[in-house]
Design a binder for this molecule. Sequence first.
Ligand SMILES: Nc1ncnc2c1ncn2[C@@H]1O[C@H](COP(=O)(O)OP(=O)(O)O)[C@@H](O)[C@H]1O
Ligand SMILES: [Mg+2]
Length: 261
Amino acid sequence: MPKLAVTGKGGVGKTTISSLLAYAYAELGGNVLAIDVDPSPCLAAALGFPPELVTDLVPIAKMEELILERTGAKPGTTGGYFKLNPRVDDLPDRFSVMHRGIRLLELGAVELGGSGCICPESAMLKSLISHLVFYRDDLLIMDMYAGVEHLGRATAGMVDAMIVVVEPGKRSLGTAEQIAKLARDIGIRRLLLVGNKMRNAGDLDFLHRFSPGLPILGTLPATPAAVEADVQGVPLFDAVPEMADAAREMVARLERELKEA
Ligand SMILES: Nc1ncnc2c1ncn2[C@@H]1O[C@H](COP(=O)(O)OP(=O)(O)O)[C@@H](O)[C@H]1O
Ligand SMILES: [Mg+2]
């Protein structure tokens, strides 16, 4: 099953699209593991998970006791000794919640890139991501925050496709360009663009003209229904049939693309 990462500038619709893809894949009957990598997680809400189910959901990076137990050092400490490969295989099942065929896990991002932070919590999350990518046969959707450094060189090569979400506008395409460059540098093999909040044919033209040389996986219209679904706390996949259809199409295209690989 493919491992996907969804990236793009803040607010372009990464979480919305992650939720749509998760439901479209779940519908096909496979195990879907949705991972919220945003430091302020909101994928649970976009998926419309019942509040009582998510109240106990704690991002792994925030579990100080667990990190201490597994790595031998307290989170936030640097320079001391700690395990670089802590045991993580039991975490996905223990600390996730499951609803309508989608298992949700919150990571609570810390820097995972090669440089910078070498601390117990990053060792923990790095191990966990490698574990998820290598050892589990679920479909994996990682809802990232802007940038790709946090994905890390070690695991980046294992992601089957990185979806870069853009909206009409030079700013989000500028970010997409940076992400694309960085992603190529760290060895991500397949990059695909999704145009969100598209208003008209002009926006599509714009996307084609400015897209940083990436194939377009699909587009989604701008619609007040997206905001309304958020207000109501219902999944957009249920609320707007056109969105669900667009997500199904993207999944079908992804399957074709990945099969060709
Ligand atoms: N196609 C769309 N049309 C209108 N509003 C949208 C659309 N997609 C997302 N939004 C709105 O944009 C905001 C940001 O979306 P979100 O998915 O949280 O972005 P990100 O995860 O990239 O920060 C939300 O309020 C969401 O409801
Ligand atoms: Mg988000």
